[in-house]
Design a binder for this molecule. Sequence first.
Ligand code: NI
Length: 138
Amino acid sequence: MSALSRIGVAIDSDLLEKFDALIARKGYTNRSEAFRDLIRDELVEKAGERPDAAVVGTVTLVYDHHVRMLSEKLTDIQHEAFHHVLSTLHVHLDHDHCLEVLVLRGKSAAVRRIADMLISTKGVKHGRLVITSTGAEL
Ligand code: NI
């Protein structure tokens, strides 16, 4: 960790009040940690936009496993991308629905491409990719 720098920030009182209420709801005990997290979140998001950035991502999928060949299609995509798929979690939500969470690792462009293929597969009811940092640059 590098040395700490102290900064002064001028901020509108109403805005600060809303910020304090927000971070209190989230469980922050001080503003500094909340500011640091906001900054890191922005840095991770911007870094992840570079196609060649090394990232980790989670893809969450909800689908009806009765849709013809859907499970097979999703599995085929994952096998095609096996170098990038670190882990998968499958939960049978109810009689019809499955939840799948995949952990992907690789260059941002590759992770996004795999996630897009999975999410856009016909029969997937909801899908979302969350890209995060490998932590090395934070
Ligand atoms: Ni299932």
